[in-house]
Design a protein around this ligand. Sequence first.
Ligand SMILES: Cc1cc2nc3c(=O)[nH]c(=O)nc-3n(C[C@H](O)[C@H](O)[C@H](O)COP(=O)(O)O)c2cc1C
Length: 196
Amino acid sequence: MKKIVVGITGASGSIYAKRLIEVLVKEGIQVNVVATDKGRQVFAFELGISLKNWIEELKLKYENIVLENNNNMFSGVASGSNKYDAVIILPCSMGTLAEISNGLSRSLLTRAADVALKEGRKLILVPRETPLNTIHLENMCRLSKMGVGIIPAMPGFYHHPESIEDIVDFLVGKILDYLNIENNLFKKWKDTEYED
Ligand SMILES: Cc1cc2nc3c(=O)[nH]c(=O)nc-3n(C[C@H](O)[C@H](O)[C@H](O)COP(=O)(O)O)c2cc1C
């Protein structure tokens, strides 16, 4: 993996995006972040920091991160000739999910997802909503049939998390596993003694 687009939408769960970006950047992967307007708002609301300021801080230490403008269709991220290895949208709102599943590429983020689909590249969506209605489920089903990785923001508890960070790392580790990026973000399952 060399270049990854990370999309952030206005679903709850900005903490997942923050952690994923940190891990990818430290891995030396080029990360282009595209946030929707609602994504920026929810990020600031949930984490108490502006996405722009946080990325600027990260840029003082790492060169391999860029914050894109979601209105800028002239970005390299908008074109199939620019070979990104994967597009990951997390958290993914039901609105953005619906746009992608219906081929509406009106913003840079949904265009990047559309490009990944047409070029047969990895697209991972991390939906966050509950309960789910039939429209949500059908949109996920349609995208899944096209090879999209649907990795819902659903925590597991079999690794005995002790903190919010453990819960976040479980999901981020699952995403990295899906991309075959080695990680020790959560304890991998092995044969376990269990007595009923
Ligand atoms: C604090 C907050 C939390 C939200 N959480 C969710 C959520 O978990 N899932 C979701 O689909 N929408 C959620 N929404 C609603 C989306 O932000 C809204 O549908 C928005 O239009 C999505 O736009 P976007 O896909 O362009 O980011 C939330 C909104 C707010 C203000």
